[in-house]
Design a binder for this molecule. Structure first.
Ligand SMILES: *Cc1c(COP(=O)(O)O)cnc(C)c1O
Length: 383
């Protein structure tokens, strides 16, 4: 049906009407006093969302641009870095780091499994010369629906003392707690089309005092993504280049919505949706790709056996106007992924599970008891 599309992919995520309307205005001059007020409000809202007093800088980039800024500002060619790689986005960190000439040591886990903190701990403890300059990883691995144990890995990084902790929090920020100051995370990158409930186009980087110290000696070339430029401007409620003014009106509205809901409520909502979705898949006899103890709060990956993942996706799309994500790389056709990140309510989960049940019956998936998935999800959502 025209204009009825429901996005249940891990980005772009659904955008509230309040945000869309906030963006439907003439842009104002980005050097005006009125826009300075907008930037000031956004900066304080972003610090709230990131649970930090550190700088949180806004860049006109997608999430990958924020990741790149997180590397080139704090490291030098040849620097030894440990990169966690257990999916598409961990792999992206490794490729990005190699592209800039870093000495990358990858710590891998099979796609669908979490990174093992002990692997990081062993490398960091063995490094008595303190040659490891950074540990770089993806918190919520969107390609597989796995949440890596950032808290434990970060503890090993803190014990090492020298290395920076650089994190892709693109699908964990705004979905689960990423307490930057409590944990002492140095560089945290995210993007607007995920937990922020606004369209793509803005990237965010949170930077600790320790990372700024590393900036002083970092030798990789930088210009547009030179974060000191953004810090200087942000400290004066300004921006170094022309920012996406209308997207920032949207961010103003979405941050207001998030603050009205409250961080704990936002995290609880994502937790419930994750549990309800996973319970429904189990009740429908659909194998989950990520284990229960490492489930992403943003995305549930499912590996169907008796029906083809791509057939499920196309029926969900054609008949129910629900967009699900497919598998990436070698997982193409093997899994489908349900996004429950950002502007998602209980009704969306029930609609998606109900539509999925109907799809499975239509496609001849054996062993589905009609209603079993909805019942399992409803049981969790009624708590
Ligand atoms: C979406 C996403 C990114 C950023 O991708 P862009 O297309 O550059 O916005 C990075 N990491 C993770 C884990 C993501 O889910």
């Amino acid at each position: 049906m025209d204009n009825k599309q429901m996005l249940m992919i891990p980005g772009p995520t659904p955008v509230p009407e309040k945000v869309l309307l906030a963006m439907a205005k003439h842009p104002m001059g980005h050097r005006s006093g009125a826009f300075s007020k907008v930037i000031a409000e956004l900066t304080s809202g972003l610090k709230w969302l990131h649970q930090t007093q550190n700088d949180v800088l806004m860049l006109t980039v997608s999430g990958t641009g924020a990741m790149e800024a997180g590397i080139i500002n704090f490291l030098s060619p040849g620097d030894r870095v440990l990169v966690g790689n257990n999916g598409k986005f961990g792999e992206r960190w490794a490729k990005l780091s190699k592209a800039f000439g870093l000495a990358v040591e990858e710590i891998t886990a099979e796609w669908g499994k979490a990174l093992n903190p002990a692997d990081f701990q062993a490398k960091l403890e063995a490094d008595t010369e303190k040659t490891i300059k950074a540990v770089i990883l993806t918190h919520s691995e969107t390609s597989t629906g796995v949440l890596n144990d950032l808290e434990t890995i970060n503890r090993a990084v803190k014990a090492h003392g020298e290395a920076l902790m650089i994190v892709d929090a693109v699908t964990s920020l705004g979905a689960t707690s990423v307490p930057i100051d409590d944990w002492g995370l140095d560089v945290v990158a995210s993007g607007s089309q995920k937990g922020y409930m606004i369209p793509p186009g803005l990237g965010f980087v949170a930077v600790s005092a320790k990372a700024w110290k590393a900036y002083e000696t970092a030798k990789l070339p930088r210009f547009y993504l030179d974060l000191k430029k953004y810090k200087k401007a942000t400290d004066e409620d300004s921006s170094p280049f022309t920012p996406p003014v209308n997207l920032m009106y949207g961010l103003q509205a979405s941050l207001q919505m998030m603050q009205a809901e409250g961080l704990d409520n936002i995290f609880t909502r994502h937790q419930r949706h994750t549990e309800a979705t996973r319970a429904a898949m189990k009740a429908l006899g659909l194998p989950l790709f990520a284990p229960d103890n490492a489930a992403s709060p943003a995305i549930t990956a499912v590996a169907p056996v008796t029906v083809e993942a791509e057939k499920i996706r196309s029926t969900m799309n054609k008949q129910f106007d629900i967009a699900l994500a497919g598998g990436q790389d070698h997982l193409k056709g093997k899994i489908f992924r349900i996004g429950h990140l950002g502007f998602v309510c209980d009704r969306d989960i029930l609609s998606c599970v109900g539509a999925l049940e109907s799809t499975l019956i239509k496609l001849g998936h054996s062993g589905v008891t009609p209603g079993a998935g909805v019942a399992a999800a409803a049981r969790i959502l009624s708590q």
